[in-house]
Write a protein that binds this ligand. Structure first.
Ligand SMILES: CC(=O)SCCNC(=O)CCNC(=O)[C@H](O)C(C)(C)COP(=O)(O)OP(=O)(O)OC[C@H]1O[C@@H](n2cnc3c(N)ncnc32)[C@H](O)[C@@H]1OP(=O)(O)O
Length: 435
């Protein structure tokens, strides 16, 4: 069991919840506002929290994790979603994060979670611990009226705008979100009531002068409702095929309206639904600018825009992935092509992962290849760090492209091209919400 640096010890945080939050408020510079705290539910599972206490008995560092089932190429894997990591500024750079990460790895492995994932507060922190940046997202700023390519059936869908009411819309949002991300690696769903509730809260302090959150849904006519999501609008007009959670922030300058539309999340189960939702959001009266939520780099919108150059696009790292139990993790996902590869893996923090492994696809299931991963003494085809394998794990990064950066070394000609063809996946990975 990991021990923290001298003068510190790990302690249970369960009965000291306010202290736990105080550390993060100190670490992030966040304030506690009673009107926000009253409505924003605590999502933590206290059995998955851990604190580091100093010699005076005060919490100096904390972290927690969520038990996710993360979609990976062709399958899903139990994943420990690291969160709420914080060290008080007066205790930083003494190795508390190092100790907490080791404890997190041990505890996740003991629960049978072969993978950990996180959203990084700063992108420079987690690579040293073997997390690889496994997905990017894009946020687009669009002008009102940005033109879209046509999609058949879009105008047949019924559109409905309402104030967001979690009690009314919670089930619709959950069902459509699940369906919209089917088959997309990284698309973690909100699997507890409290995570679902947290996603829809909207305290006035978070609105930055904007209106309360709205929801726009699009539905198939009742007779056409095929049942993909099994949801109907609250008024029962048909099956819901997509929604967007958004708000407008009103602005006037020299008598001219210049409001902004800010989208918290948009999910659509088919092209017509995506087109109808974007067409609506891109043409709201009195608005001039639309800010999207984080989208997959290959999101439908990126294909539908007539003039992609007219938007401002911000690319950012999305989910980071750490393989904790390498053979379990690599055999949990599917592969896009057959592969028989000996990998020489370096992993300074989890030596059980280091050394040579043979990854061999055996059977295929609906075109996706199932792999066995075993220890071998055979000579390696490719040498790679566990961080790079984490980066490639969701199918969004090319192992071959890491070679010019010196992060993957090929010993057998053609091995990196073959590995890349097998590890890549048709849909770019993304998680649509941060935890
Ligand atoms: C998944 C999430 O929850 S992300 C949220 C992360 N939390 C925050 O950003 C809140 C503000 N920051 C903090 O609370 C702290 O500074 C932490 C948690 C980032 C680091 O905690 P510390 O206890 O200071 O880290 P620790 O002393 O163990 O340092 C470990 C290593 O990480 C490096 N490191 C720490 N913070 C950073 C950073 N922000 N950027 C780059 N490197 C960092 C250290 O330099 C050290 O490097 P070394 O191994 O080469 O010496």
């Amino acid at each position: 069991m990991t021990t923290p640096p001298a003068g510190y010890r790990f302690v249970d945080a369960k009965d000291r919840q306010e202290e736990f939050f105080d550390v993060d408020r100190m670490a992030f510079g966040m304030t506690s506002e009673p009107e926000v705290d009253a409505v924003v539910p605590v999502t933590l599972d206290w059995d998955r929290t851990l604190a580091v206490e100093d010699a005076r008995g005060r919490f100096a560092g904390v972290h927690a994790s969520f038990p996710f089932t993360m979609p990976v190429p062709g399958a899903a894997v139990r994943t420990s979603g690291l969160t709420w990591v914080g060290v008080r500024p007066d205790h930083r750079r003494r190795g508390l994060l190092q100790a907490m990460i080791s404890a997190h790895f041990e505890r996740s492995l003991s629960r049978g979670e072969p993978v950990s994932a996180l959203f990084a507060a700063e992108a420079g922190i987690y690579g040293r611990f073997g997390y690889g940046s496994a997905a990017d997202d894009v946020r687009l700023t669009l002008d009102r009226g940005a033109a879209l390519r046509d999609v058949a059936g879009s105008s047949d869908l019924t559109l409905r705008l309402d104030p967001l009411d979690p009690a009314v819309h919670g089930d619709v949002v959950d069902a459509v979100h699940r369906e919209a991300g089917r088959g997309r690696p990284g698309w973690i769903t909100r699997d507890t009531e409290v995570l679902r509730a947290r996603h829809l809260v909207d305290p006035p302090a978070w609105r930055r002068g904007g209106e309360p959150l709205r929801i726009v849904t699009v539905s198939a006519p009742a007779a056409d409702a095929a049942g993909a999501t099994g949801t109907r609008t609250p008024a029962g007009e048909g099956e819901v095929r997509g929604y967007a959670l958004f708000r407008r922030t009103e602005r006037w300058e020299h008598g001219r309206a210049g409001s902004t539309v800010t989208i918290r999340e948009l999910a659509a189960v088919d092209a017509a639904a995506a087109h109808r939702l974007w067409s609506f959001l891109l043409d709201l009266d009195l608005t001039v600018t639309v800010e999207t939520a984080m989208l997959a780099v290959d999101d439908a919108l990126t294909h539908l825009l007539v003039d992609p150059r007219s938007t401002t696009t911000r690319l950012q790292d999305n989910v980071w992935v750490r393989l904790l139990d390498l053979p379990a993790a690599l055999s949990a996902r599917r592969y896009a092509a057959p592969l028989d590869l000996v990998l020489d893996v370096t992993d300074d923090r989890l030596p059980a992962n280091a050394g040579t492994w043979r990854l061999r696809t055996t059977t295929s299931d609906a075109g996706a290849h199932v792999a066995e991963v075993e220890r071998t003494s055979a000579p390696a085809d490719v040498s790679v760090g566990v961080r790079e394998l984490g980066a490639a794990y969701l199918g969004g990064r090319s192992l071959a492209a890491m070679q010019p950066a010196g992060l993957a070394v090929e010993h057998t000609p053609g091995a990196l091209v073959a590995a890349t063809a097998a590890f890549r996946w048709p849909l770019a990975p993304v998680c649509s919400w941060g935890w």
